[in-house]
Write a protein that binds this ligand. Structure first.
Ligand code: SF4
Length: 127
């Protein structure tokens, strides 16, 4: 079970929030969101999925530590445009959030200042 605080959840993109709810995330009275990743793992028997969930949780913790900073809109759009031209990008992967076949991440990753492309096509820039 993973829990996203209200602040973490509110800081996610609309697409990301929708995908978590679609995958069974439950919004609590406090606004935090509980997400049973074991159910998703049962439905998606991908041997890499548990590793991706751990990586995702680690990235969320780093993001929380940064004060939930996001890159500027034009940086996000530039990063996403690069992904969309990349041979490893699946637009409909990750419950419609897009998926990089190299790292497993979706469109939310491009918003995070500490993240970078696993093959070096975009980096940690924020301008
Ligand atoms: S993160 Fe890098 S490898 Fe993955 S889809 Fe985007 S550009 Fe391609």
């Amino acid at each position: 079970m993973m829990t996203f605080s209200k602040k973490q959840f509110d800081g996610m993109s609309e697409e990301h929030r929708r995908a978590i709810i679609k995958a069974g995330g439950v919004i609590t009275k406090s606004g935090a969101v509980n997400f049973d990743d074991t159910q998703v793992m049962r439905e998606r028997p991908d041997p890499n999925f548990p590793k991706q969930i751990k990586k995702f949780a680690g990235s969320m913790a780093t993001w929380a530590g940064s004060g939930f900073k996001k890159v500027q809109q034009h940086v996000y759009e530039r990063r996403l445009a690069i992904c969309r031209k990349c041979q490893f990008w699946q637009e409909n992967g990750n419950l419609g959030m897009g998926k990089c076949l190299k790292c497993g991440c979706g469109k939310g990753k491009q918003w995070l200042p500490h993240e970078q492309c696993p093959i070096g096509l975009w980096g940690k820039e924020n301008t």
